[in-house]
Design a protein around this ligand. Sequence first.
Ligand SMILES: *Cc1c(COP(=O)(O)O)cnc(C)c1O
Length: 393
Amino acid sequence: MSVTPPFNPPTRILMGPGPSGANPRVLRAMTAPILGHLDPEFLRIMDECRTMLRRVMRTENDVTLATPGTGTSGMEAAVMNLVEPGDRVVVGICGYFGERIAQMAERAGGEVTRVQAAWGSPVDPEAVRAVVRSAGNVKLIGVVHAETSTGVQNKIEPFSAIAKESGALLLVDCVTSLGGVAVEADAWGADAVYSGTQKCLSAPPGVAPITLSSKAFDAVKARETPCNTWYLDMALLEAYWDGRRQYHHTAPISMIYALHQALALVLEEGLENRWARHERNGRALQSGLEAMGLVLHADEGYRLPVLTTVRIPDGVNDAEVRGALLKRNGIEIGGGLGDLRAKVWRIGLMGESSTPGNVLLSLSSLGKILREQGFKADTNAAIDAASERLGGA
Ligand SMILES: *Cc1c(COP(=O)(O)O)cnc(C)c1O
C-alpha cells in the first residue's frame, strides 16, 4: 500500500452553474514556472491581463484588475469599497446572488432597500425607479446581469437610465455573463462591474475581474471611513496593479497565468462569435428540453443562454437523477438554490462546456434517466429539436 492517498480527480463534463470546464491551454499555462510577483516578466503578464480585461469587459476604465479570490471577492470588493456606513443602497433582487449583494451592503453599514422579483422573473426597473425616487440621495444601485440561481438575464440599460437620472452609482454583477453574454461596461455606463474566472471565462475558480469607472473610483478615494476590508481595498489593489507596484499581496501567480490565457482565448475566438456560440447552444438545449416534455422555469424573453433552469417533473427524484448523470455519464448539472431547491435543475453551457456535443449528450442522457424514473421523456423529439437549432448555424 502506498504511504500517501491516491489522487485521481476524474474528468467530468461540467454543465452545472460553475465551475465550467477549463481549456487545456489555460491548464497548461498554470504549470509554467512560478515567477516572483514583482519580476518584470510577471509585471508584463499583469499589464497584458489588464489590457485584455478592458477589451473583454468593453471598458476604457483605468481601474481594471483581478482581485485574488473567486467571483465573490469581486462582489465584496465592489460593495465594500462603494458603500459607507449610512449610504443608501437599492438592490434589485431576483434570486440568490442579488440577495448576497444586499447582505454585503448591509455589512458595509449601508441602508439597504431590496426590490424583489419572483425567482424566475427579471427585476422590474420601474419598481427600482420608484424606490430610488422616494428614498432620495441613493448612493448605489445594484443588479445582477445573469442570475445564476434562476437562469434569468436582467436587461441593464433601464437600470443605467435610473442611475443616470438619480446620480447613483450602478453596480452590475457579471460573474456568469462575462465571456458568454454581451457585457458592455462603458456603453451601459456601469460604475462597477465584476466577474469570476470559473464561469464563461473557463479558467479555474480563483480570481475575479473587476472594473471601476472614474466616478466610482473617485467615490472610493473620497471615503470618510476607510474601507471595511484591507485585502480587497480597491485603492490599495490599484496601487499594486498600476505603475506604482506597491506591494499589497502576493499575486496568485498561476491564476494570473490562467486568466491571461483565458482572456487570450476569448479574444482569439472574438467576443461576438463567442456570444453567438453561447446563444446557439443555449437555445438548442432549451428547445430540446421543451421538446422532451419538460418546462423551462425562467420567463420567456429573459432566459440566459449560458444557464438554463428546468423544472423537475412531479414524481422524479432530484438527487437520483443528478447522481445517475454524474456516475454514468460523467455529467454534472446543478440542483436548485434557496427557494428553488429540489424544484429545478440548473444546466450550464459556459465557456468550454458550451458545445453542440454537450447539448446532445446531456439531452440523451437526461432523457434516458427520466424514463427510468417514470417520466415519459421524448428523447427523440428533444434531439431533433436541438439538432435543428444547432444546424441552423
Ligand atoms: C457564481 C456567482 C457568484 C460567486 O462566484 P464564486 O466564484 O462562487 O465566488 C456571484 N454572482 C453570480 C451571479 C454568480 O453566478
